[in-house]
Design a protein around this ligand. Structure first.
Ligand code: PLP
Ligand code: SF4
Length: 439
């Protein structure tokens, strides 16, 4: 077994990236889509951000199963993501004059603005001066946990077509910080001793070079940062570019940094974003997991429930069982936010809850650490705990898993059952005195 002590070499690894600008050049598409499907795909990709690399194309998508293949559904624009009217407008502009980039761009922006680019507190979250006092790249919502957006980690290897951060990947420059923001991070941690957990997020921080990780994190092994217990890194790289941990020339530097931080007393946990067991099948994905775990890192998993991708108990059961086998701890099942292409992927809350429950009741207790379905709202994370009856009326049982106001955490409250609701703001309090939970 490879022990992570040397960078692996493989001359066959190709790294080619395709984006909205050249999506039609992806060799597979000409074989598997008709010319009109290809035009539609191109048209939608002009509005919604698109990016894919050769690893995803060659190893994760089963092209004989396109368009139903789950990873294809995650990554590629799909008919139905925009209204027919908007799709036609953009298609016609491309047919009429593909070289008129200005016109196409204007039209794309117009359509984007109709897609709720900044759901709930996203605007605040997306602005570099997040947080209270102009701390660039820090968001501190829950007392013990601060989020940090490292300047160099605000993009991803491949984009998920459902991503609630999609607006940041179009031509919104808000999150492209010009300066690295290390000093702010370090000062913030020294000034806020209640922060025991630091979450690095993006984009995907794992697009950063290992030297950037060293730049931000190395100092945190010093004793003056002892109050910081845990460093979490949110990433989809174990799916989209596992070579980050195996074959990239600086892979081992990253692993050595994790070892150093762990031996200084920190807990390092990778919050790995997974949507489907197909992301956990390739040799390199499994090797990447092993190498990370060999450093003492714990991998936890989280991801949204999505129509067309994983809207069934069997899929979650396979995913979670595979994770248990690999020593990955299931942490959150999310509900997708109401932005961008969400109508294509949205699942009614009652269905999401049934999928969650039906999968969990077939697992061992080790998988039941996973919480959800969970909605990230302005006030906190709201979990659907169950569906029951009060006074002969059907209700959702809810709780805040995490809240701005710690008093709210873990207290059950109720909403009228609604079989169509797909988000918290469509629910009505059952008891009038619970109304403040819904504000
Ligand atoms: C989810 C989340 C966290 C982490 O909360 P935990 O309950 O510790 O997992 C921190 N900050 C924000 C803004 C979040 O959405
Ligand atoms: S990897 Fe995460 S941040 Fe990047 S596109 Fe996917 S969901 Fe969005």
């Amino acid at each position: 077994m490879d022990d992570g002590s040397t960078v692996l070499q493989d001359a066959n690894i190709k790294f080619i990236v395709y984006t909205s600008a050249n999506i039609e050049k992806i060799p597979y598409l000409a074989y598997h889509l008709s010319p009109s499907q290809l035009l539609e795909t191109k048209a939608i990709a002009t509005v919604l951000p698109f990016r894919v690399n050769t690893y995803v194309l060659d190893h994760l998508i089963d092209w004989d199963n396109v368009p139903n293949d789950p990873v294809y559904q995650i990554v590629f624009p799909q008919p139905g993501m925009l209204t027919e009217e908007d799709t036609n407008k953009i298609k016609n502009a491309i047919i009429l004059d593909p070289s008129n980039k200005e016109k196409i761009k204007l039209l794309a922006n117009e359509i984007r603005n109709k897609l709720n680019p900044h759901p709930s507190d996203q605007m605040q979250l997306n602005i570099p001066d997040v947080g209270n006092d102009g701390y660039k790249g820090i968001q501190h919502k829950y007392k013990e946990t601060a989020l940090f957006f490292p300047a160099q980690g605000q993009t991803c290897h491949t984009y998920c077509a459902f991503c609630f951060r999609w607006a940041q990947f179009t031509d919104n420059k808000n999150l492209r910080f010009s300066d690295p923001n290390r000093d702010i991070l370090h000062q913030y941690l020294l000034d806020n001793k209640s922060v025991s957990n630091l979450i690095l997020t993006g984009g995907d921080p794992m697009v950063m070079k290992s030297s950037h990780f060293e730049y931000y994190l190395d100092a945190l092994s010093q004793s003056k940062y002892n109050h910081l217990q845990t460093i979490r890194i949110g990433t989809k790289s174990l799916t989209y570019w596992p070579y980050r941990f195996t074959h990239d020339s600086d892979a081992d530097n990253l692993l050595r940094l994790f070892e150093k931080l762990i031996s200084s007393g920190k807990h390092i946990t990778i919050m790995a974003h997974y949507n489907h067991v197909n992301e956990l099948q390739t040799d390199v994905a499994l090797l990447a997991i092993k190498r990370l775990q060999n450093t003492g890192v714990i991998i936890r998993s989280q991801g949204p429930i999505l129509n067309h991708v994983n809207n069934s108990s069997d899929i979650w059961l396979d995913l979670w069982n595979k994770q248990e086998r690999l020593g990955i701890i299931p942490y959150y099942m999310f509900v997708e936010r109401q932005t961008g292409s969400y109508r294509y992927y949205e699942v009614p809350l009652q269905k999401a809850y049934e999928v969650y429950r039906n999968a969990l009741c077939q697992t061992s207790g080790l998988v039941r650490t996973v919480r959800g379905p969970s909605m990230s709202t302005t006030n906190g994370k709201v979990e659907i705990q169950g569906i029951t009856q009060i006074q002969n009326k059907k209700v959702f049982v809810l709780r805040y898993i995490q809240a701005r106001n710690p008093e709210w955490v873990q207290r059950p409250f109720f909403a009228h059952f609604n079989d169509k609701a797909t988000w918290f703001d469509q629910l009505k309090p059952f008891y009038p005195e619970d109304a403040f939970f819904f504000k």
